[in-house]
Design a protein around this ligand. Structure first.
Ligand code: COA
Length: 324
């Protein structure tokens, strides 16, 4: 590994996550659609997911994740001067869910806005927050991925409804001088593919919320290529190679995508954090949820070199390299 230069960086001060109370395993879905536990497990690796109930929303889950992340960081909510929330399922079309979280946390004034890049949303939010922290526009940020995708699902479409779940994850980022923190980020979008994964409604078209539609096999094909490429790109920007990586924390869409991407990069499967079996695909929430899981179970330790990656509708995709 080449030496990491001392600079003003966005350091991960704390992590937190939140899940709805209700866990739904594959057996429950078999009663709703023509599927089997074996098909879901073999094709996706998913065994269960959490589904939001009455009163549980994107903003309420985001708030709960933030409380835990602030506690983990030992930082008071009053110190937060930036909230960036990634979601494709805001509580309302407006105001932003970020401002709802701000109000719930009792922060009288800060910068707060939502970012929308579907499953890549957290990487987009992290990149924006990192730029603002390094430029000096803010000092302490909450970067959140939070979703209630269950409310966009067509519960009669077996090809999509078994794949997704709800949840939230949050990071507290602090601008600090040093060698720890975010080392590099890289984002992409290619709007030519926006008919492969989309919602068939919206305020400016149908006036309805709509339902998620996906051509899964085609998305899969793009995902493995794009994710391996962007991970190589971000490692190159940071002056690292895959041999330097302690942990990959990927977007959790399908365990076969995780395995194929790791193989392409020559990374052993033991270095890949997998939570898709328990959480399913929680879109923008999946990366911070997986990161929080691996920090709290003791796998990820201070000083570890971590790469994050995600790909989603648009298409959008991106990656980040950080020293935890
Ligand atoms: N239960 C049982 N059978 C199912 C099913 C289900 N829940 N969903 C689909 N099938 C059937 C299909 O109808 C198809 O049947 P057919 O061959 O008779 O037409 C068969 O299973 C194979 O479908 P296919 O779509 O080719 O399966 P796949 O191996 O590609 O797996 C996905 C489907 C969706 C799991 C997979 O393509 C995937 O994970 N794609 C990427 C998803 C993703 O990453 N999305 C989010 C990006 S953010």
């Amino acid at each position: 590994m080449s030496e990491i230069a001392t600079a003003r960086r966005s350091v991960v001060a704390g992590v937190g996550s939140a899940l709805p109370a209700r866990r739904v395993d594959n057996a429950e879905l078999i009663e709703r659609v023509d599927t089997t536990d074996q098909w879901i497990v073999e094709r996706t690796g998913i065994r269960s997911r959490y589904i939001a109930g009455d009163g549980e929303t994107t903003a309420s889950l985001a708030h709960d994740a933030c409380v835990k992340a602030l506690e983990h960081a030992g930082i008071a909510a009053a110190e937060v001067d930036l909230i960036v929330l990634a979601t494709a399922t805001p509580d309302q079309t407006f105001p932003s869910s970020a401002t709802k979280v701000q109000a719930m946390l009792g922060i009288p004034d800060c910068i707060a806005f939502d970012v929308h890049a579907v499953c890549t949303g957290f990487l987009y939010a992290l990149t924006v927050a990192d730029s603002m922290l390094r430029s000096g526009s803010a000092k302490t940020a909450l970067v959140i991925g939070a979703e209630t995708f269950s409310r966009l699902l067509d519960w009669e479409d077996r090809t999509t409804c078994v794949l997704f779940g709800d949840g939230a994850g949050a990071l507290v980022l602090r601008a600090e001088e040093g060698t720890r923190g975010i080392l590099a980020t890289k984002l992409h979008a290619d709007g030519r593919h926006n008919d492969l994964l989309f919602v068939d409604g919206g305020p400016s078209t149908t006036g309805t919320v709509g339902k998620l539609r996906m051509k899964g096999r085609e998305v899969f094909r793009h995902a493995v290529v794009n994710l391996a490429d962007v991970l190589n790109e971000v490692l190159g920007i940071a002056g690292l190679t895959s041999a330097d990586v302690d942990w990959v924390v990927p977007h959790q869409a399908n365990v076969r995508i995780l395995d194929a991407t790791a193989r392409k990069l020559g990374l052993p499967p033991e270095k890949v954090v997998v939570t898709v079996d328990r959480h399913a695909n929680t879109s923008a929430a999946s990366v911070p949820l997986a990161l929080d899981t691996a920090v709290r179970d003791g796998r990820i330790k201070r000083g570890d070199l971590i790469v994050l990656e995600a790909m989603g509708g648009g298409f959008t995709w991106g990656a980040a390299a950080l020293k935890y």
